[in-house]
Design a binder for this molecule. Structure first.
Ligand SMILES: NC(=O)c1ccc[n+]([C@@H]2O[C@H](COP(=O)([O-])OP(=O)(O)OC[C@H]3O[C@@H](n4cnc5c(N)ncnc54)[C@H](OP(=O)(O)O)[C@@H]3O)[C@@H](O)[C@H]2O)c1
Length: 268
């Protein structure tokens, strides 16, 4: 049961990549702070199970759903459009928190990485993020223009970049190149949308233990050794708590960039 007066009460969060890792823990954490949640990823059964868990754990006072599901490819414009309109089922014209999180890594450099995975990665990490930033950005600007500033409340676009989107890592340079692009889109969107009352926040994590390493195809032994050397690495909930803190600030306060590393991670 949640109590009233929670920081995200009456807010609706759309989270892509919510079937695992950072997105999943964001869903749990933002719901614990009072938000209703729109869940997206490709694995529908995982999302349905999570939605049920959120409904059970955080029942709403009017018995409307705590969470709804839009399964599908987050880079597909029709899926993005459906994610936005789905907020009607949660009693809101549009989500007022959008977490651009779906993404994947890729082991290796421009010289060594698997070229057959390049297009899918660029599509997911860059084109998908850009389409969602554009679609959600327009919706959030419309929302803010219909409200009093700042008493009408905040509107948030939260974008998952990376420390490898700021510091060149030759060992994962193809993945890093997508995150350099995302980091720059986020700052550009902040300059464009901030004056219209929309906060665009870039989250730049270092190493977070999730499904990411397996999907990227990291060598288990090498990565395991690195994890042992710098342990403890970050958990998805560490990132979720940071995002929860950022979006719980008053509308006129914007923490626009958060770099979060395991304490003993020196680089990148
Ligand atoms: N883990 C790290 O060390 C780290 C560090 C810095 C930044 N990041 C960034 O943080 C974000 C989340 O990573 P994570 O660590 O949570 O990875 P994860 O555990 O692998 O989760 C990735 C999520 O994205 C979803 N996804 C992947 N492709 C998708 C697509 N085309 N459409 C919809 N959903 C898709 C996956 O679900 P489905 O397979 O069900 O679609 C999954 O829910 C990514 O953008 C990543 O680049 C991660």
């Amino acid at each position: 049961m949640h109590s009233s007066n929670q920081p995200l009460e009456s807010r609706v969060a759309l989270i892509t990549g919510a079937s695992a890792g950072i997105g999943l823990d964001c869903a749990l954490h933002l719901a614990s702070l009072g938000a209703k949640i729109i869940l997206n990823a490709r694995r529908e059964p995982n999302l349905l199970e999570l939605a049920q868990r959120l409904d059970d754990q955080y029942p709403t006072s009017d018995h409307s759903p705590r969470a709804v599901v839009v399964a599908g490819d987050a880079a597909d414009q029709s899926v993005i459009d459906e994610m936005l309109t789905k907020s009607a089922q949660l009693g809101a014209q549009t989500p007022d928190i959008v977490v651009v999180n779906a993404g994947r890594g890729l082991n290796g450099s421009v010289m060594t990485s698997d070229t057959t995975q390049w297009e899918e990665m660029v599509r997911t990490n860059l084109l998908g993020a850009a389409r969602l930033i554009r679609t959600a950005g327009n919706a959030l600007v419309d929302l803010q223009s219909s409200r009093d500033w700042p008493d009408g409340g905040p509107a948030d676009l939260v974008i998952l970049g990376s420390t490898v989107g700021r510091h060149i890592s030759p060992f994962s340079s193809m993945y890093g190149s997508t995150k350099f692009a995302v980091n720059s889109l986020a700052e550009a969107a902040r300059r464009e949308l901030g004056p219209k009352g929309v906060r665009v926040s870039l989250i730049e994590p270092g190493i977070v233990k999730s499904e990411f390493q397996q999907v990227a195809g990291y060598d288990e032994h090498k990565f395991g050794d690195l994890m042992d050397t710098i342990s403890p690495v970050l958990t998805p909930m560490d990132i979720a708590r940071t995002i929860g803190f950022i979006i719980s600030q008053p509308a006129g306060v914007h923490i626009s960039d958060a770099v979060i590393r395991p304490t003993r991670q020196e680089y990148p």
